[in-house]
Write a protein that binds this ligand. Structure first.
Ligand code: DAH
Length: 345
């Protein structure tokens, strides 16, 4: 075989390679070209090298040299191409991750405070401004704090009106926030001004005005010489702040085992201002809370000298206030957590 036949063949392979590499438009296709040409097992160049042995001895050096040159050429070209594509891929990667600080941000929805929680905070704020200490008390409570110490022993019929979830003989879900009276007397010496708000639980089926879980606020003031007048004055400040500066109130006799005398307190209707409407059932008044002077027995049970000290207490449903204030007609709406409802506040 003459030299130029050998060189023609190599030259032809080189042209083929050039054409294939020119077609390769990405890092992947480039790598495929590399495997096809310089793959260790089946690469075209490796194949050519294997043919060396089939050639007449005198042709081998020229062919070997030409094939080696071809391989060097192919490898050089491939490396350069791979390098080019690799650099381009890296640039794209960087460009993709680049932050465009001029782009408008994504809008994200802010949550809203639950209307009951907001009212709860508002109520606490009124008492803080009056110098009351806020107690955060357990919802899982000892029967003693919820009932016995409030002059409601186990046999007391008043317990029936607060149908209770019990855990065991002596542990229950508190049925009211009046537990603050006992907790406060335990940790404070008179003068005591204490308030607590939070969830309470009763075994009531849910309907428009009842829920097995609802919110209350309860208050205790205890000192020498506290009278019904202090109760009225403090209540008036509170009710005017929460409802309306022009709101009026009236006391009716009421029975609660832990106060004597006890009172049911009404406010003038905040919708018709006392003229009579659907909400106040034409009476002009809305029943809003229970209050009274702390029963001497309650003071004595907590170790307070009932000859020296007197106190007032009152308790109110926060959800009920929310229903009135926000003109909602079903308490269940507050606990269903439907955002269409909650975002209106
Ligand atoms: N704890 C009572 C209830 O849940 C409400 C109440 C009435 C609280 C009179 C008081 C009070 O502090 O003096 O029904």
């Amino acid at each position: 075989m003459s030299d130029h036949v050998i060189l023609d063949r190599i030259e032809e392979l080189r042209r083929q390679f050039d054409a294939e590499l020119a077609q390769a438009a990405s890092l992947d296709t480039c790598a495929a070209v590399r495997d096809r040409w310089v793959g260790r097992e089946r690469g075209i160049i490796t194949g050519e090298m294997k043919r060396l042995r089939e050639l007449p001895r005198e042709d081998r050096p020229a062919f070997g040299q030409a094939a080696n040159e071809l391989r060097n050429y192919v490898e050089r070209e491939l490396n350069a191409a791979l390098e080019r594509f690799g650099a381009r891929a890296r640039e794209l990667e960087i460009a993709r991750g680049r932050v465009d600080v001029t782009r408008p941000g994504f809008p994200y929805a802010l949550g809203v405070e639950h209307p009951i929680k907001r009212l709860q905070a508002e109520i606490e704020q009124v008492f803080i401004s009056l110098g009351f200490r806020v107690f955060d008390l357990p919802e899982i409570e000892k029967e003693y704090y919820n009932f016995d110490a409030l002059n409601m022993p186990r046999s007391h019929p008043a317990r029936d009106s607060q149908d209770t979830f019990y855990f065991d003989e002596t542990t229950l879900l508190r049925t009211h926030c009046s537990t603050v009276q006992i907790h406060a007397m335990k940790v404070m010496k008179p003068p005591v001004r204490a308030v607590s708000t939070g969830k309470v639980y009763r075994r009531d089926p849910a309907d428009a005005t009842h829920s097995p879980m609802f919110y209350q606020v309860d208050v205790l003031a205890l000192d020498e010489g506290i009278t019904m007048g202090d109760l009225k004055g403090t209540l008036e400040v509170f009710l005017k702040r929460i409802f309306h500066p022009d709101v009026r109130m009236r006391f009716r006799p009421g029975f609660f085992p832990f106060v004597e005398p006890g009172a049911e307190v009404d406010i003038s209707c905040i919708f018709c201002f006392g003229k009579g409407c659907r909400i106040c059932k034409q009476s002009g008044w809305i029943e809003i809370l229970g209050a009274g002077m702390v029963h001497p027995k309650v003071l004595r049970m907590s170790g307070v000298d009932d000859e020296r000290y007197t106190g007032f207490a009152w308790g109110m449903g926060i959800d009920r206030v929310a229903l009135l204030k926000y003109e909602v007609d079903d308490i269940r709406l507050f606990f269903e957590n439907d955002l269409r409802f909650l975002t209106q506040f």
